[in-house]
Design a protein around this ligand. Sequence first.
Ligand code: PMP
Length: 387
Amino acid sequence: MNISGDTGFRRAGRFDGIELSEIVQISERAAQLRAAGADIVALSTGEPDFPTPNHVIETAHQAALAGQTRYPATAGTPALREAIATEAGVEPANVIVSTGAKQVLAGAFLATLDPGDEVITTAPFWTSYADMVRLAGGVPVVLNCPGEQGFKITSAQLEAAITPSTRWLLLNTPSNPTGAIYSQAELHALGAVLERHPHVWVISDEIYQHLAYVPFTPFVQAVPALADRTLIVNGVSKAYSMTGWRIGWGIGPAPLIKAMVAVQGQITSGACSIAQAAALAALTGPQDLLAERRAEMRSRRDLVVAGLNAAGLECALPDGAFYVFPKTPARMPVDHEFCHYLLDKAGVALVPGRAFGMSGHLRLSFAYARQSLEEGLARIARAVAVL
Ligand code: PMP
């Protein structure tokens, strides 16, 4: 078969400016260099290096053998929905299970945004947020939240950004890429603003909830009065090292969930049945691994923050998740130039801050084996020293 690329292919207009995320681009480039024989330390990807727990894999195997291989219910298998609902103290009608937290977010935007509707979020943000909003026809309203304010949105910023077109405030706590966690008081302050603007709903992306090194407050716990207009996003990817299984969920008001289920029914027919059985095992099985893995991540965090600061890259201590977001060195302040320099000259892959809406920073993921982190830090220190 001969497929020519020259067929006048035209992309949809709503796709303008949307490309493969820079995280994926860097990671693919690192993989190519490695395949060509280069010695590359990749610290660019946001997935834990730990294996999926054995009991989870065993359950998936048994589920497949027992015939859980047919189309699942669109909103999620009754057993998994029930388990998520019970843990959250809500009804199954308040829960949708999707193909990763990513699809929960995409489904929420597709189900709710009309052209021109606005979604307020912070920079730095997780790369997919702004593009997902755009793909759904909405307008991302990105508020600059520099390190001086802990990379978090203030209530004054929120108040000033709300317009009649605002549909959502999109929060991420703990945050990718900064690790920032909103305190109870900070959530209260944001909640007080939102109570004055009943047309604005909240998405709280809490996928890093179990990777918190300071007390973590879920949004609706801090602001229970807003539970009837909040969508909580969570999943098994980060906590249980299950990125490839693609299971996430949303918890929110039943009419919203119903609309999201309708969207999902037309796009995927629901998440993989075997992966849902596995996620149920993760949620209902032994939980000791959460604390063990959190402790390991915490000590890696301390190692990386100390190493980067010693190398001359100013780096704050993150409260959660498994990322640090240091500043670029004064002698090479342009983040993507510095990342290319690091990859080409030192063989270390990091992601430029611009991918998260904030130039002049870099994101390093410390969800890697200690040995890779130590080698990566040594290479960064040498590369910075000869700038
Ligand atoms: N939200 C944030 C903040 C993330 O960092 C990620 C994964 N990088 C996701 C959602 C998506 O997670 P999932 O694997 O469940 O789609």
